[in-house]
Design a protein around this ligand. Sequence first.
Ligand SMILES: [Fe+2]
Length: 307
Amino acid sequence: MHEGLKDIEGFEISFHEKSKRIVNIKIENQIIERLIFPFKKFDLTALEYKPFTRFTIAKSLNDIASGELGNIINSILRNRNTGCFIIGPKNLSSKLNKNFLVKLSTAITYLIGNPNHDAMADKYYARFHVRHEDDSDSYLRKAYINMDLHTDGTYVKEKTDWLLMSKLEEENAQGGETYLLHLDDWEHLNDLFKNEIGKQNFIWGSPKSKNIDYKVEHPVFSEDQNGNPQISYIDQFPEPKNMEQGLFLQKLSDALEESENKIIFPLTVGSTMVANNYFWLHGRKPFKENKNLSRELLRIRGSFFNN
Ligand SMILES: [Fe+2]
């Protein structure tokens, strides 16, 4: 039992070894075994075509977790001091194939909120590979380039309260660590948050592969109901209107990347990371070059059920 953390039978819940802002939830084998049967009831097509089936598997997961998992993960995500958790099987076994992991990610999602339609994949989730070669038009699949700190959903109309990322596969990968930064740990937050330019509207577009045919306008910084700073930012998609917006974004980008308070860790295969998208930024370190590099991620972004 850890201070401030509740226990659920069959789950190991603790703070992440690198930060007390991240909660680690390990699912023990007995729970995985009990999930296999309810998860078998639906194949991925059923989950994709019939949204109510996703609620059914989420209910199964929560029931098997003594009816407590939903409450716990929602309070972690909404708590400004944490806002992030990593959940996954304690032991990887052959039963944990990709289908199982997609279902587990779906079940976790539907304890939190409704996913946004992912236009890139034309589904409620997207799966994508990072490989040695890439000819795409965004940093998402560029294995050997740093993916700088950002939030998700900057260029879409839908609310993006949270994001979920699951690692489905990783082969011949060195480097490629996930890195995260909590806004309140950022050395330059005060300086940049009080800069008026960050509160101006910026135009946000996106490259072709994202399948979004409109642009949106919103500021980089805003405040939540309690006056806490929130950020909506990614380097590639804002279209600065003038010199002052351009220079502000450059300063912001530099100040984020040079932070000493980033939390850097490898996300292990089978693990899922879920973060509040208003005060956590995420990024990825470059991989070491390898012709056989293959990594597959699943992502889901969405809004909370009760806003
Ligand atoms: Fe992202």
